[in-house]
Write a protein that binds this ligand. Structure first.
Ligand code: NAP
Ligand code: ZN
Ligand code: ZN
Length: 336
């Protein structure tokens, strides 16, 4: 079968039309007709080869929502016509200790959609059905994609940092990931403070559920929040003032970092030691956590706010993401 997509032919260039062939689905594979696909900042890191693992031509897109149009002979949990979502992870071994514990995202043999395959900036996606998740009713097709990468990443990072309810939670960067983190944390009963470099986002943060919004000026130290934080989540794709932010944590507080700066972190040990603080990071989430996140999103009305672009306008949308002009997640849609 022929798939018409958009691909970067080398690092740092715009996307161009790109046609490629996929086999008829065997085993657990399926073919999904793409309806919408979010643009995550990781697509941009991959287009730039920031992680040093990009292979070109590279078809980005790993927040895919679509309709199942073909299934392999072993697939029993999906049928033609089902609405499903596929995120960053494409497959794992399903047999190692991590996989058996439900941490498929930690599997040494995990594969990512846009690292070893083609992503969702295309009319069809060839996927492993065991990593395609039914989208619950009530979650709009255009808004569902961002939950599959951005949503699960912040939900899992907050959960593993110990988020319950009644806590003080800080979110740094109110972009695609950050604006979902504010919703998950606040709707589950926590008091949220956001740190943003964008004045308009500080004004809007209350509508997402934040109680406090702090504007961080370029080159200046972030101002302290009014209360110490139990969890602080960074979603910024670059270096921030780690030393200053650690001091905003309460005793036993956790700094959870999911944004991907290129440089190593520099944090003095004593600012951790004196208050028994922790630092953690985490990649996306396992399949069980994705199912949980989708039902939390459905039950608590967590809705990514999306700016929709036709698939043909992908380069324009990517430029807006690069310039931090999107409010809050860009999504490419296909005529339907
Ligand atoms: N750990 C994982 O598994 C995982 C999964 C998905 C994504 N990620 C990573 O998480 C990061 C955020 O992704 P995203 O899709 O949320 O990105 P995004 O939509 O571009 O949002 C990032 C936000 O960070 C803030 N920011 C501050 N300084 C910035 C700078 N120099 N450049 C760009 N933004 C800056 C901006 O918020 P304000 O305007 O509020 O300041 C911006 O909106 C990326 O590094 C991405 O690769 C990690
Ligand atoms: Zn992503
Ligand atoms: Zn495994």
């Amino acid at each position: 079968m022929k798939i018409e997509g958009l691909a970067a032919k080398q690092a740092g260039v715009a996307l161009e039309p790109y046609t490629f062939e996929v086999e008829k689905p065997g085993g657990y594979e399926c073919i999904i007709k793409v309806l919408a696909c979010g643009i995550c900042h990781s697509d941009i890191h991959m287009m730039n080869n920031d992680f040093g693992m990009s292979k070109y031509p590279l078809v980005p897109g790993h927040e895919v929502v679509g309709e199942v149009v073909e299934i392999g002979p072993e697939v029993t949990h999906l049928k033609k016509g089902d609405r499903v979502g596929v995120g960053w992870q494409r497959s794992s071994c399903l047999q190692c200790r991590d996989c058996l514990r439900g941490n498929e995202n930690l599997c040494d043999r995990n594969e990512a959609l846009i690292v070893t395959g083609a992503g969702g900036f295309a009319n069809y996606l060839s996927a492993d059905s065991r990593f395609a998740f039914p989208i619950p009713e009530g979650i709009e097709t255009n808004a569902a994609g961002p939950l599959l990468c951005g949503g699960i990443t912040v939900y899992a990072a907050l959960r593993y940092a110990g988020m319950t309810s009644g806590q003080e939670i800080g979110i740094i960067g109110v972009g695609g990931l950050g604006h979902m983190a504010v919703q998950f944390a606040s709707k589950l009963g926590n008091r949220v403070t956001v740190f943003t470099t964008s004045e308009d986002k500080a004004d809007f943060a209350g509508k997402l559920g934040a109680k406090e919004a702090i504007v961080v000026k370029k080159g200046e130290k972030p101002p302290a929040p009014s209360r110490p934080l139990n969890i602080l989540l960074s979603t910024v794709p670059g270096a921030i003032d780690w030393e200053a932010y650690v001091e905003f944590l309460d005793s036993d507080g956790t700094f959870s970092i999911v944004g991907l700066p290129e440089e190593p972190l520099t944090i003095p040990l004593f600012s951790l030691l004196m208050k028994r603080r922790r630092i953690m990071s985490s990649p996306i989430g396992g399949r069980g956590m994705i199912m949980e996140m989708l039902s939390v999103a459905q039950e608590f009305g967590i809705e990514p706010m999306v700016e929709v672009f036709p698939m043909e306008a992908a380069n324009e949308a990517i430029e807006k993401v690069r310039n931090n002009e999107v409010r809050y997640r860009a999504v490419l849609t296909v005529d339907r």
